[in-house]
Design a protein around this ligand. Structure first.
Ligand code: 6PG
Length: 470
C-alpha cells in the first residue's frame, strides 16, 4: 500500500538523525524522517543519495501512517523532557506492538520509567546507545541496544546493517535487560571523559612543561596512533594540532578557550558509581577537571598568587615522549578497567545481565572510545566472561606492569614542575591501591570506632568488635 511503504522512521533530523537515516537508506531500507522544522526536512532531502528511498516530513502523523507494521521508530532528540514530550505526541498515533527506540543519551532511570510506561500501553520501548558522532552515524556507529528482547529481532537487521564493522562483524549486540543499552552508553561516555582528560594532561606536560610545539605534537600523536595507542581519540588529537584558525591563521587549538563543557553523561557515570560504591576515580577526576576548567577567572586570579609551573629539564625529547606514551597507555587502560568494573557490578545490582564480552566487542569499531586495546579486552573476556576487573587478566597485567616505571617517572616530573596531571596520578593511585594486599583502612576503622563506635572486624577472629579507646 502506498501509505505503508517505509521500513523505519526517525524523529529528530539534527545532523545525527539525518546521517543515521541516510546510512539506513544506503543499506537498502526505505526510511522516513520527521522534524517539526521544515528547514530540517529540506536539509535531509537535499542530501538524499540517488537510488535510495528517503522521505522527510514535518507532519508526525504522516510519518507514523507511512510505516510498515509493527512500526519501527527511533527518536534522536535531546535527552530529558523532550523525549517525554515526543512520546506523548506519538502515543495517540501508534498501534499495539509498535517499537519505539530512544537513540539519545537518556539517563537510564528515565529509560526504565519509559519502558514500563510504554509497555503498559502495549508498545515496545528500547533504550539504545549510539556512539560515533556525526561521521559515525553516517558511516557506521557502534550501537548499544538494551531491553525488550521481543522487539529486538524486529530492529536487529537494520541496526546491524548500519553499524560499523570490525572483521566483517557488526558493532551492535543486544546488551541486556531494562535500560542496559543506555547504561552501557553512559559508561562508554564516562570512559571517554577519562581518556580525553588523560590525553589533555599528556599534551599539557609535553607542550607547556617541555615546550613541544603543535607540529612536534602532531608528529608524536601520529607515531602513537601507529602503535599500541592507536585509537580514535589519539587519531583526532593528531589532526587537531595541524588545524589552522581561519580568522587568525594561528593553530585553532591555541585560540580555543580552556573551559570544557559537558552534557552530563560523565557526571552520571560518577554519580551512579558512587551510589553503587564502585571506585572509578579516573572518570571522577575527569568530570571534576572539566568543572574546574569552567572557573577561568578564579584560576587566573589564583595564578597571580601561586608560583607558575616550571619547565621540565634534564631529560631528552625522546625520553619524555617515551614516558608520556607509557603513561597515556597506562592511564587509558585504567580508565577502561574502572568503567568495565562498574558495568560488572551494575549489571548484577540492577539485574541487567550485561554481556561484557559483547560490550567490548562492539566498542572495537564505530564509537568514540574505539582503540586497538579493545581487542585485548575482548580476548580477556572471551577467556573469562565473568572477569570482575580486567586488571586481573594476566596478559593485561603484563601490559600494565611494563608501563608502570615510565608512568611513575612521567607523573613525578609533571608533579615537580607543577603541571596538573590529576587523571594520570589518580590512575596510578587506583592501581597502587587495587594491587595492595593491605590498605591503611585499618586505621580509618580504628578512628571510626574511636569517635563513633562504628565497630570493626579483626584479622585473627570472625565477628564484629568495638573497643573502649579512652
Ligand atoms: C559519542 C559521544 C556523544 C557525545 C557526548 C559528548 O559516543 O558519540 O560520547 O554521545 O559527543 O554527548 O558528551 P559531553 O558533551 O558531555 O562531552
Amino acid at each position: 500500500m502506498a501509505n505503508q511503504l517505509f521500513d523505519f522512521g526517525l524523529i529528530g533530523l539534527g545532523v545525527m538523525g539525518r546521517n543515521l537515516l541516510l546510512n539506513m537508506a544506503d543499506h537498502g531500507f526505505a526510511v522516513i524522517g520527521y522534524n517539526r522544522s521544515p528547514q530540517k526536512v529540506t536539509e535531509l532531502e537535499s542530501e538524499i543519495v540517488p537510488g535510495t528511498t528517503v522521505k522527510g516530513t514535518s507532519d508526525l502523523a504522516e510519518m507514523v501512517n507511512a510505516l510498515k507494521s509493527p512500526r519501527r521508530i527511533m527518536m534522536l532528540v535531546q535527552a530529558g523532557n523532550p523525549v517525554d514530550q515526543v512520546l506523548e505526541e506519538l502515543i495517540p498515533l501508534l498501534s499495539k506492538g509498535d517499537i519505539i527506540i530512544d537513540g539519545g543519551n537518556s539517563h537510564y532511570t528515565d529509560t526504565l520509567r519509559r519502558v514500563k510506561y510504554m509497555q503498559d500501553k502495549g508498545f515496545h520501548f528500547m533504550g539504545v546507545g549510539v556512539s560515533g558522532g556525526e561521521e559515525g552515524a553516517r558511516r557506521g556507529p557502534s550501537i548499544m541496544p538494551g531491553g525488550d528482547p521481543e522487539a529486538y529481532p524486529h530492529v536487529q537487521p537494520m541496526l546491524e546493517a548500519v553499524s560499523a564493522k570490525v572483521n566483517g562483524e557488526p558493532c551492535v549486540a543486544h546488551l541486556g535487560k531494562g535500560a542496559a543499552g543506555h547504561y552501557v552508553k553512559m559508561v562508554h561516555n564516562g570512559i571517554e571523559y577519562g581518556i580525553m582528560q588523560l590525553i589533555s594532561e599528556v599534551y599539557d606536560v609535553l607542550h607547556r612543561g617541555y615546550g613541544l610545539d603543535n607540529d612536534e605534537l602532531h608528529e608524536v600523536f601520529k607515531q602513537w596512533n601507529e602503535g599500541e595507542l592507536q585509537s580514535f581519540l589519539v587519531e583526532i588529537t593528531r589532526d587537531i594540532f595541524l588545524k589552522k584558525d581561519d580568522k587568525t591563521g594561528k593553530r585553532l587549538v591555541d585560540v580555543i578557550l580552556d573551559k570544557a563543557g559537558s552534557k552530563g553523561t560523565g557526571k552520571w557515570t560518577s554519580q551512579d558509581a558512587m551510589d553503587l560504591g564502585i571506585a572509578i576515580p579516573t572518570i571522577d577526576i575527569a568530570v571534576s577537571m572539566r568543572n574546574l576548567s569552567a572557573l577561568k577567572s578564579e584560576r587566573v586570579a589564583a595564578s597571580k598568587i601561586y608560583t607558575s609551573p616550571v619547565k621540565i629539564t634534564g631529560i631528552s625529547k625522546e625520553e619524555i615522549i617515551a614516558e608520556a606514551r607509557a603513561a597515556l597507555f597506562f592511564g587509558t587502560l585504567i580508565s577502561y578497567a574502572q568503567g568495565l568494573a562498574l558495568l560488572y557490578v551494575a549489571s548484577k545490582e540492577y539485574d541487567m545481565e550485561i554481556p561484557l564480552p559483547q560490550v567490548v566487542k562492539i566498542w572495537r569499531g564505530g564509537c568514540i572510545i574505539r582503540s586497538t586495546l579493545l581487542e585485548v579486552y575482548y580476548k580477556a573476556y572471551t577467556a573469562n566472561p565473568s572477569l570482575s576487573n580486567i586488571l586481573l587478566d594476566t596478559n593485561i597485567a603484563e601490559l600494565i606492569k611494563s608501563r608502570e616505571a615510565n608512568t611513575r617517572k612521567f607523573v613525578s616530573k609533571a608533579s615537580l614542575s607543577g603541571i596538573p596531571v590529576a587523571g594520570l596520578s589518580v590512575s596510578l593511585g587506583y592501581y597502587d591501591a587495587y594491587r595492595s594486599e593491605t590498605m591503611p583502612t585499618n586505621l580509618i576503622q580504628a578512628q571510626r570506632d574511636f569517635f563513633g563506635a562504628h565497630t570493626f572486624q579483626r584479622v585473627d577472629e570472625e565477628g564484629i568488635f568495638h573497643a573502649q579507646w579512652q
